[in-house]
Design a protein around this ligand. Structure first.
Ligand code: SAM
Ligand code: SF4
Length: 335
C-alpha cells in the first residue's frame, strides 16, 4: 500500500479530506441553496475532467485520504463517470481510503451501479422531506419519486446510503420523527444540518434557521438517544435511537462550532481552493495547473494554501445580520 504523509495546517490539523465541486449547475433549485434565477459559470471556465483528476491526484500525493465529489449536482456533469473511473485507481493502490459523493439523488437510477463498480461504498443523498408536494416546493424543480427510486437503486447496487436533511423552520420540523423512522426502517442513517448563511437567496435566513440544539431536545421526547462515538470523518456528531437502533447525526455550524477538528479543504470546478467554507480567502490552482505539465508548481501552490488555512468560520444568523457570511452559494463549494 502506498500512502503519503498528511499536510498539517498552522493550527496543527491534518488536512486529509478534499471535497470537489465538479459543477455549479444543478437540476434542482433548493430555496435555501440557490436563488430561483441563478446565473452559472460559463462552461468554458470549467476545468476539464482530466484537469480535475490531475488536481485530485496532486492532493492525494499530499496525503489526502478521502475524496468527496459534490456540486451543484455532480451527477449532471457530462461524462462524470469517467472521473470516478479514473480516480478509482487511487483506491486500488491504497493511496486513497474513500471515494464518495453527495448527490440530490435524481440521477442515481442511472449511475448507482457504475458508482459501486468504481469503488464507491457510501454515498450521501440530500432529502429534506418525504412529502411530494413539499419536496417540489423546496427543490422548486425536483420530483420525490425519482429521488426515492434513486435511493432504492443505490441500495440495490450495494451502496450504503446516508440521508442529509437541512433543518428548516416551519418547513420540515414536523417531519423529523417520521423521517427518522423511515430512514432507520430502511437501514439508513440520517443527519440534520443547520442552514448556513451562504450566498443571497430569496427570503431571510433567520426565517429558515432552526437551531439543532432545539431539535435534539424535541427528538429526545420521542426517542431514547444514546451518545455515539461513531464518526465518518466529517463534522457530524451522532446519537443512536434505542427504539430503532439507527443513528441520527447533527451538523451544527451555528450552535456548536466544530472548526477545531476541521480536516478538509474545498475545490471548485474552476480550480479555486477554499481553505474554509465560511471565509472568502481562496487560492487559485488553475494557473499553476495549466502553467506546466509537471506538478511542481501545483504542489507548491497547494502547500502555500494549506499554510494559511484559517482557524474557523464566524457564521451568524440573526435579525440584525442581513448580509450572508460569504457571498458565494453552497453550490460553488458543495457543502
Ligand atoms: N446537489 C447535491 C446535494 O444536494 O446533495 C450536492 C451539493 S449540495 C450544495 C450539498 C449539501 O449542502 C446538501 O445536503 C444541501 O442540502 C446542503 N446545503 C445547501 N445549501 C445550504 C445552506 N445554505 N445551509 C446548509 N446546507 C446547505
Ligand atoms: Fe442543487 Fe444540491 Fe443546491 Fe439543492 S442543495 S439546489 S440539489 S446543489
Amino acid at each position: 500500500m502506498s500512502t503519503h504523509a498528511p499536510m498539517i495546517d498552522p493550527f496543527g490539523r491534518a488536512v486529509t479530506y478534499l471535497r470537489v465541486s465538479v459543477t455549479d449547475r444543478c437540476d434542482f433549485r433548493c430555496s435555501y441553496c440557490m436563488s430561483e434565477h441563478m446565473s452559472f459559470l460559463p462552461k468554458a471556465d470549467l476545468l476539464t475532467l482530466e484537469e480535475l483528476d490531475r488536481l485530485c491526484s496532486a492532493f492525494i500525493r499530499r496525503g489526502v485520504r478521502k475524496l468527496r465529489i459534490t456540486g451543484g449536482e455532480p451527477l449532471v456533469r457530462r461524462d462524470i463517470m469517467s472521473l470516478f473511473r479514473g480516480l478509482s485507481r487511487h483506491l486500488d493502490s491504497g493511496a486513497l481510503e474513500e471515494l464518495t459523493v453527495t448527490t440530490n439523488g435524481s440521477q442515481l437510477t442511472r449511475y448507482a451501479r457504475e458508482l459501486a463498480d468504481c469503488g464507491v461504498r457510501r454515498i450521501n443523498v440530500s432529502l429534506d422531506t418525504l412529502d411530494p408536494e413539499k419536496f417540489r416546493a423546496i427543490t422548486r424543480w425536483g420530483a420525490l419519486d425519482k429521488v426515492l427510486a434513486g435511493i432504492d437503486a443505490a441500495r440495490d447496487a450495494g451502496l450504503k446510503v446516508k440521508l442529509n436533511a437541512v433543518a428548516l423552520k416551519d418547513f420540515n420540523e414536523d417531519e423529523f420523527v417520521p423521517m427518522i423512522r423511515w430512514a432507520h426502517g430502511n437501514d439508513m442513517d440520517i443527519t440534520f444540518i443547520e442552514v448556513m448563511p451562504l450566498g443571497e437567496v430569496e427570503g431571510q435566513r433567520a426565517d429558515q434557521y432552526l437551531p439543532l440544539s432545539e431539535v435534539r431536545q424535541r427528538l429526545a421526547q420521542e426517542f431514547s438517544l444514546d451518545e455515539s462515538a461513531y464518526r465518518t470523518g466529517g463534522p457530524a456528531r451522532y446519537v443512536t435511537a434505542r427504539e430503532t437502533g439507527g443513528r441520527i447525526g447533527f451538523i451544527t455550524p451555528l450552535t456548536h462550532n466544530f472548526c477545531e477538528s476541521c480536516n478538509r479543504v474545498r475545490l471548485t470546478c474552476t480550480g479555486t481552493l477554499f481553505m474554509c467554507l465560511g471565509q472568502e480567502d481562496a487560492a487559485d490552482l488553475r494557473k499553476p495547473l495549466r502553467a506546466s505539465e509537471s506538478d511542481e508548481a501545483l504542489l507548491a501552490a497547494i502547500d502555500s494554501a494549506i499554510a494559511r488555512k484559517p482557524k474557523g468560520h464566524d457564521f451568524v444568523i440573526d435579525r440584525q445580520t442581513r448580509a450572508p457570511a460569504v457571498s458565494r452559494h453552497m453550490s460553488m463549494t458543495g457543502g
